[in-house]
Write a new protein. Structure first.
Length: 201
């Protein structure tokens, strides 16, 4: 059943945001403490380090590096797994809330215009489309479809790469603020509940 909760663990309430999967562990952010966390599936902290900016909101993993958005500086930074910045660039538009990346391009949720931007790996815009609702707060890619989470609606949308909604279902919790795909399941971080959930898609 789509949205069925399979497991969960506790994280800090409020300001927990962004989520990605590195093939073994989950990574998330605390935007108030400006920290990056790595967790196992039971919520044990493997390591943490300072974020590259003062307002980290989104995080993605490309198979080797982390990509982290900063909502104040309006930048995306590529970092190694210890937080060393490889490169950083301004986003083409708005406030980058969350991010997803593969070997060819990245997508980010833009919080002012409520749009998804697809960019090359240097931040040059390739295309954009409107989000299903007005508060996009998480994005993941399952190698075919994009999954977009909306904070106010607490809803998860499966979309094609042009933004057409395939289906949607309720997110766990009341404040979903990040989304990841582990190869089979979706993971949601919720800053209101202070939890990370693994759910069926």
């Amino acid at each position: 059943m789509s949205g069925e909760i399979l497991r969960s663990f506790d994280v800090a309430k409020w300001y927990s945001t962004g989520l990605t999967f590195d093939g073994k562990y989950l990574w998330g952010l605390h935007s108030n403490l400006d920290l990056v966390f790595q967790w196992d599936f039971d919520g044990k902290v493997i390591k943490s380090f300072a974020s590259p900016g003062a307002n980290p909101l989104g995080i993605a993993f490309d198979g080797k590096y982390l990509w982290i958005t900063d909502g104040t500086a309006k930048t995306i930074s590529q970092c190694d797994l210890d937080g060393k910045i490889i490169k950083s660039f301004d986003v083409p538009a708005g406030v980058p809330i969350s991010i997803e990346v593969n070997d060819k391009s990245l997508w980010y949720c833009e919080g002012d215009e409520d749009r998804i931007y697809q960019c090359d790996l240097n931040g040059n815009a390739l295309k954009s489309f409107a989000t299903p609702e007005d508060t996009p707060n998480g994005i993941a890619f399952d190698n075919k479809y994009l999954w977009i989470i909306d904070y106010d609606e607490a809803e998860i949308y499966q979309c094609d790469l042009d933004g057409k909604v395939i289906k949607s279902f309720a997110a766990p919790g009341d404040g979903p603020s990040g989304l990841a795909f582990d190869g089979q399941y979706l993971w949601v971080i919720d800053d209101f509940e202070g939890k990370v959930y693994q759910i069926a898609r």
